[in-house]
Design a protein around this ligand. Structure first.
Ligand code: HEM
Length: 406
């Protein structure tokens, strides 16, 4: 095409698309768990676009915020759809991200040389959490208000600067109009920071290349396929299946992801009987409450995410493919998954009766997974080698997992 030739003479458009997309070499054996990265990218775009249209009608003012959301629902053309896509999209974003992270954990995607890729992902997770927390205040319902009250309070435990930090976050001595306007400004800003970080995430990915379910080095030309059409089609198929599930919620059960109390306008004089965060924060909330001391609880809650960053060093096994080739790790991973479900349940319920010790044990199991990793992984490696696992495992132990020549 003439126009493309004109651009190519001035800007490397076609070479870039060929190198990074159409002809980009990808392992031939990626399974469906590798779809979740592109799904995360899709939902990020959806959140930005629907958010933009919501912002055209939303009023960041405590006297008008709640009503402006109702106005969007009732009066704006397709306002209900835009809002439900955005609120359900937030929940879907976390579901996708958690699967994306768990896939990485299971297959050992954090291992050398992918440490920086893994860390850029953790930074992304923190940013997405920040954006979701700030967005939740905007409808100015009861749960918005009291959730922000509880979470901003937590920053008060930081030594020396805690009180000043809470004041800075709230913009006032209590959650109020100043908090709402600054949360709105930041909620609008953070997604663009996320986009920037996703670009870094993908540049890092294309430098170190994807790993694969077997974890073996893919050195032969036949081990890799061009991204297009193989993975463009597979990603599109994944997107269709995802949309089927996602749109079923948007059209038939959009209230599933909005707390009933949030249909009541915020009232600073009336605390709801039970303040719960959204489902995606529940495991961390359970860890916070499992520890009777607030300061230590906050430390444990932050540590429960940060500890992921140490996985490249905690996992000392050199058996490729993570859970695929490591039976003991597979069991540990299963226990970890069940533990997260238990923590989610405990986080949802009031901390009473047996749920208190169950939450504490589940917290111990959560951190136990990481604490046991160095020992179990080394021991498991020795055990597997002593059982003389077939050749390729041993041959690959010291080779970095790369995809042919760069
Ligand atoms: C906005 C959020 C994110 C987006 C848009 C995103 C996007 C992607 C994409 C498109 C891929 C390639 C396809 C795939 O392997 O699934 C990928 C790979 C990867 N991502 Fe993410 N990601 C995000 C967050 C995260 C998080 C939170 C983590 C971990 C804490 C993470 C860790 C990784 C790793 C380790 C890989 C390489 C996987 C492998 O080759 O085995 N990402 N990401």
């Amino acid at each position: 095409m003439k126009i493309i030739n004109w651009i190519d003479a001035r800007f490397p458009l076609t070479p870039f698309i060929k190198h990074e997309l159409t002809e980009y070499k990808t392992p031939a054996n990626l399974n469906y768990w590798w779809n979740f990265g592109s799904l995360a990218g899709f939902i990020l775009m959806l959140q930005i676009i629907t958010g933009l249209f919501l912002a055209m009608h939303y009023k960041a003012d405590t006297n008008m915020a709640f009503d402006s959301v109702e106005y969007i629902m009732r009066e704006v053309n397709f306002g209900w759809l835009i809002r439900y896509l955005h609120s359900t999209g937030a929940a879907a974003f976390f579901a996708i991200l958690y699967i994306h992270i768990l896939r990485g954990l299971y297959y050992g995607s954090y291992r050398k040389p992918r440490e920086m890729l893994w860390w850029s992902g953790i930074a992304l997770l923190f940013l997405v959490m920040g954006a979701a927390f700030m967005g939740y205040l905007l409808p100015w319902g009861q749960m918005s208000f009291w959730g922000a009250q509880v979470i901003t309070n937590l920053f008060g435990v930081i030594p020396f600067i805690g009180d000043d930090l809470v004041l800075l976050l709230r913009g006032d001595f209590a959650v109020g109009d100043a908090t709402l306007t600054r949360f709105f400004a930041l909620h609008y800003l953070i997604p663009f920071l996320i986009v920037g970080l996703v670009v870094i995430h993908l540049v890092t990915l294309h430098w170190v290349k994807s790993t694969n379910p077997s974890g073996h080095s893919l050195q032969r030309e036949s081990d890799a396929v061009p991204f297009h059409p193989y993975y463009t089609v597979k990603d599109l198929f994944g997107l269709m299946v995802f949309l089927l599930v996602f749109l079923s919620f948007v059209f038939f059960s959009p209230g599933s992801f909005i707390e009933a109390d949030n249909y009541i306008p915020a009232n600073p004089l009336q605390t709801p009987a039970h303040i719960v965060p959204e489902w995606y924060f529940l495991p961390f909330y359970a860890i916070l409450r499992a520890i009777p001391n607030l300061e230590l609880g906050v430390v444990a809650m932050v540590a429960s995410i940060l500890i992921l960053a140490f996985m490249p060093y905690l996992d000392r096994s050199r058996i490729p493919g993570g859970g695929t080739n490591r039976p003991i790790y597979r069991l540990m991973f299963l226990a970890f998954l069940i533990d997260i479900v238990v923590l989610t349940y405990v986080g949802k319920k009031p901390p009473e009766g047996m749920l208190v010790p169950i939450g504490q044990v589940a917290t111990l199991v959560y951190f136990g997974f990481f604490a046991a990793m160095p020992f179990v992984s080394k021991w498991e490696e020795r055990w597997l080698l002593s059982k003389s696992v077939p050749g390729p495992v041993q041959e690959n132990l010291d080779k970095p997992i790369t995809l042919g020549k760069r």
